[in-house]
Design a protein around this ligand. Structure first.
Ligand code: PLP
Length: 393
C-alpha cells in the first residue's frame, strides 16, 4: 500500500477550516461575547425570488411522470448552457453554448481540471491567491512557480518572459486582493500563453462585482479561445454557495498536441461526474432572466454597500487597503507591522471580529488581512464600529 506522499507537502489544514476552528474555539471559551465573522467568503442574503419560483416549478415537474427527469446531461441542460452563452453575449463576448460545461461549482472544476495535464508541467500561480490552485497542484506533485502580486505592481503581476510556465492560473477579480485586470493586461497574458504553448485557467468567480470597466472574462482578449479555460460560479453572482452550481468554458479551439481539451474534459466529466440536478439548473437559469438579473443586482448592491462601509472604516483608521470596488473583499495592511495571524488573534481577542489572515493566501499575503463584504449589514456595521474603536490612531 502506498499513499499519495504529495499530501505531505500540504499545510496541515485548509485555510478556512483553520480560521473556523480558531473562531469557534474562542466562541466556546467566551459564550458571553458576540463574535462577528467577516472571514469566509460565504453569502448571507437568500436566493432571489425568481430563482426560488423556478426551483419550486422544477420540483413540481419532478413529481409528475410526464415531466420527471432522471440523470441530467453530463455537460448540463441546453436551456442553462444557452442562458450562460447569452449572458456572455450581452457583454459582447462570444462563448458558444456547446463549449459550456455546467458543474456543481467552481471549486470542483478548479480541483479537477488539472487532471487533464501531465504531472511534469510547471504551474504558475499568483501569490497571494485562492488557496485551492496551489493545494490541488501540490496534491498532484506538480512544480509550482509564483507570480508575486505586491503593493508595487498593484497586486496584478504581469507575465515574465524568462519564466516557462505550462499551466497559468489567473483569478480576476482576485481573491483575496480584489485587484482586477483590464482587457489590455489580459491580452498580454494571452499573448504570453500562446507564445509558451501554455494553458490559462481563468477563475472568473467574482466577475459580477466588476464596476470600473475591468475585464470580466478572459475571452475579451483576442486569441484566448486557443489558450484559456474559464471557470465561473453562481455562488457569488446569485448566492448559490449552498445550492451549488457553476460552469466552465473549454473552447473547441483549445487543442494541444493535436488533442481537443474540450473532448478530454467531456471524457473526464462523463466518467467521474453525473451532472447537476434539474431543480438547481432551473434555478440557475432563472438568474439570467430579466427579473432574476434585477433581483441579483439588488443583492450585489447590498454587498457593495457593505464593502463601502468597511472601506470607510479603514479610511477613518488610516489603514492601507485595496479591493472592495471590483470585489467583495477588503485587503488591508495589518497595522503596526503585525503579522497576519498575529492580527487575527488581536482582532478576535480585542474586538471579537474574525477575518482571514493574508498569509494563508500565499507568502506575499504575510502582513495583510482580508475582510469580506458578504456579511449581514448590521453585523458589518457593528464589526466596523468595534474595529474603529480598536484601530483608530
Ligand atoms: N474561485 C474563487 C476565486 C473563490 O473565491 C471561490 C470561493 O470562495 C470559488 C472559486 C468557489 O466557488 P464555488 O462555490 O462555485 O465552488
Amino acid at each position: 500500500m502506498q499513499l499519495n506522499e504529495n499530501y505531505e507537502n500540504l499545510s496541515e489544514s485548509y485555510l478556512f477550516a483553520t480560521v473556523a476552528k480558531k473562531a469557534s474555539e474562542y466562541a466556546s471559551a467566551h459564550p458571553e461575547q458576540k463574535v462577528i465573522k467577516l472571514s469566509i467568503g460565504d453569502v448571507t442574503l437568500p436566493l432571489a425570488p425568481a430563482v426560488i419560483a423556478a426551483m419550486h416549478k422544477a420540483v413540481d415537474e419532478m413529481g409528475v411522470k410526464e415531466t420527471f427527469r432522471g440523470y441530467p446531461p453530463y455537460e448540463g441542460y441546453d436551456f442553462l448552457r444557452e442562458s450562460i452563452s447569452e449572458y456572455y453575449a450581452r457583454r459582447g463576448v462570444k462563448v458558444p453554448a456547446s463549449d459550456i460545461f455546467v458543474s456543481d461549482g467552481a471549486k470542483s472544476d478548479c480541483g479537477n481540471l488539472p487532471e487533464l495535464f501531465g504531472p511534469d508541467n510547471t504551474v504558475l500561480v499568483p501569490d497571494p491567491v485562492y488557496p485551492v490552485y496551489v493545494d490541488t497542484n501540490l496534491m498532484a506533485g506538480r512544480k509550482i512557480v509564483y507570480a508575486a502580486a505586491t503593493k508595487e505592481n498593484g497586486f496584478l503581476p504581469m507575465p515574465d518572459e524568462k519564466v516557462q510556465a505550462d499551466l497559468i492560473y489567473i483569478c480576476s477579480p482576485n481573491n483575496p486582493t480584489g485587484a482586477a485586470y483590464t482587457k489590455e493586461q489580459l491580452q498580454k497574458w494571452v499573448d504570453y500563453a500562446l507564445e509558451k504553448d501554455a494553458v490559462i485557467l481563468y477563475d472568473a468567480a467574482y466577475e459580477c462585482f466588476v464596476q470600473d470597466g475591468a475585464a470580466r472574462s478572459i475571452y475579451e482578449a483576442a486569441g484566448a479561445e486557443k489558450c484559456a479555460i474559464e471557470m465561473c460560479s453562481f455562488s457569488k453572482t446569485a448566492g448559490f454557495t449552498g445550492t451549488r452550481c457553476g460552469y466552465t468554458v473549454v473552447p473547441s479551439a483549445l487543442v494541444r498536441k493535436g488533442v481537443s481539451l474540450k473532448e478530454m474534459w467531456f471524457r473526464r466529466q462523463s466518467t467521474k461526474f453525473n451532472g447537476v440536478s434539474y431543480i438547481v439548473q432551473r434555478g440557475a437559469a432563472a438568474v439570467f432572466t430579466e427579473e432574476g438579473l434585477a433581483q441579483i443586482g439588488e443583492n450585489l448592491g447590498y454587498y457593495r454597500e457593505n464593502a463601502r462601509i468597511i472601506a470607510d472604516c479603514m479610511d477613518r483608521c488610516g489603514i492601507f487597503y485595496t479591493g472592495g470596488k471590483n470585489s467583495p473583499y477588503i485587503w488591508l495592511k495589518c497595522p503596526d507591522g503585525m503579522k497576519s495571524w498575529e492580527f487575527f488573534d488581536y482582532l478576535l481577542r480585542e474586538a471579537q471580529v474574525v477575518g482571514t489572515p493574508g498569509s494563508g493566501f500565499g507568502r506575499n499575503g504575510e502582513g495583510y488581512f482580508r475582510l469580506t463584504a458578504f456579511g449581514d449589514r448590521e453585523n458589518t456595521r457593528e464589526a466596523c464600529e468595534r474595529l474603529y474603536r480598536l484601530l483608530k490612531k
